[in-house]
Design a protein around this ligand. Structure first.
Ligand code: ADP
Length: 199
């Protein structure tokens, strides 16, 4: 699989497996993953100024302010390795962030090629997150925070799909199945768009 100019976004509820699938797809396409959750967690771990600013927000399951998040993403997307494409995971997460991203990308004369929506029913998401809490102990995988994050997803993130849907770039992917099955569904959707050349 080769393609050097794919600009992708992967969206799905918490527990949908978008992080795992995003890494797989991006490595097949040789493009970097830009995950806002990973960027924030790395900063928290390293105790940077940004990390200190966002720790309490992540632990509560709330969203980091849009301006701050968008600035971080713009900086990341401006780096050399993202010029030939990228896969966004976790950003944009509401319509204000869509507007920020649109402004940035259109200023550079580019646009997203596809938005991969991983569909997973809420009970399945909750079950997977409980399992992850047992295995990984992520500090935002508590019962209360999981419910809060899923609520925010349904209220704030799901509406971005209407915006991208109107542009005709959303691919609905059934996220229930084995990791490989889901990866194959994504690969099929991308190749139907001519984004992914299967080798
Ligand atoms: P999940 O999708 O399981 O909530 P992420 O790793 O995508 O996990 O995000 C973890 C946390 O990081 C979010 O709950 C939020 O606090 C913060 N975050 C990530 N992306 C964004 C964003 N685009 N805007 C605001 N906050 C964000």
């Amino acid at each position: 699989m080769t393609n050097s100019s794919a600009r992708l976004l992967i969206v799905g509820p918490q527990g949908s497996g978008k992080g795992t699938q995003g890494v797989r797809v991006a490595s097949a396409l040789r493009i970097p993953v830009v995950s806002t959750g990973d960027i924030f967690r790395a900063n928290i771990k390293e105790g940077t100024e940004l990390g200190q600013k966002v720790t309490a927000i992540l632990d509560a399951g709330d969203l980091v302010p849009d301006e701050l998040t968008s600035e971080i993403v713009r900086d990341r997307l401006s780096q050399d390795d993202a010029q030939g494409g990228f896969l966004l995971d976790g950003y944009p997460r509401n319509t204000a962030q869509v507007a920020h991203l649109d402004e940035y990308l259109s200023g550079r004369g580019v646009a997203l090629d596809a938005v991969l929506l991983l569909d997973v029913p809420r009970p399945e998401s909750i079950a997977r997150l409980r399992q992850r809490a047992l295995e990984q102990g992520r500090s935002d995988d508590t019962e209360e925070t999981i419910a809060r994050r899923l609520d925010i997803y349904e209220q704030e993130t799901a509406p971005i799909l209407e915006v991208y849907g109107q542009r005709g770039i959303v691919d609905h992917i059934d996220g229930v199945g084995s990791l490989n099955e889901v990866t194959e569904r994504i690969a099929a959707a991308l190749s139907a768009r001519g984004v992914l050349a299967t080798a």
